[in-house]
Design a protein around this ligand. Structure first.
Ligand code: AMP
Length: 191
């Protein structure tokens, strides 16, 4: 199973991806987590992307496309993988199509997690409080406003992109975590 979880920041993509890892044995490929690990490690890539991430802007496409291309070849992706936070714009979506094609892999489904945006600020505030080791540098009102704007301008058009490909499904992301999870698993069982 190869799927994309699509949705604005705070929609619950990471939470839902983790549940699928635990219950289905798929690999979670979160570009945000991988980039944060690079920042924490102080690697060359980390140094390059830190300020961009702190502002809530998108890091260059070639950085994330490169990370994902390497990552999908790993053994833990054999059962399936969940793309969480990638692709984030049309160029990345097109690069992903090409990459999967070259690797003779096929995307099964894109699940769009729909949320009421006004509630995302409270969710992110809660996440900032609960994050072990302190809040993310971009979990604050200013950065979140920018992340939402970036989402609207660059990521939301992917809903149409995947709708046109006939692979888009939606779930109500305002339901509780277990309900969203079972809705997603139902979708996966039907593709
Ligand atoms: P996330 O954890 O998915 O919310 O991502 C946190 C930050 O990492 C984003 O605000 C971007 O700065 C960067 N990032 C994560 N995924 C991508 C991506 N696919 N393209 C560009 N930037 C990304």
């Amino acid at each position: 199973m190869k799927l994309i979880l699509l949705g604005p920041p705070g929609a619950g993509k990471g939470t839902q991806a983790q549940k699928l890892v635990e219950e289905m044995g798929y690999a979670q490929l979160s570009t945000g987590d991988m980039l944060r690990a690079a920042v924490a490690a102080g690697s060359e890539m980390g140094l390059k992307v830190k300020d961009i991430m702190d502002r809530g802007d998108l890091v260059p496409d070639e950085v994330v496309v490169g990370i994902i291309s390497e990552r999908v070849d790993a053994a833990d992706c054999a059962k399936g993988f969940i793309l969480d936070g990638f692709p984030r714009n049309s160029a990345q979506a097109e690069a992903l199509d090409k990459m999967l094609d070259e690797k003779r892999l096929k995307l099964d489904v894109v699940v769009s997690i729909e949320v009421v945006e006004a509630d995302l600020f409270a969710r992110i505030e809660q996440r900032a409080k609960e994050t072990v080791g302190g809040p993310r540098a971009d979990d604050n009102v200013e950065a979140l406003k920018n992340r939402l704007q970036v989402y609207h301008e660059q990521t939301a058009p992917l809903i149409k992109y995947y709708g046109d490909q006939g692979v888009l499904k939606t779930v109500d992301g305002m339901a509780d975590i277990d309900t969203v999870s079972s809705d997603i698993k139902k979708i996966l069982s039907e593709v």
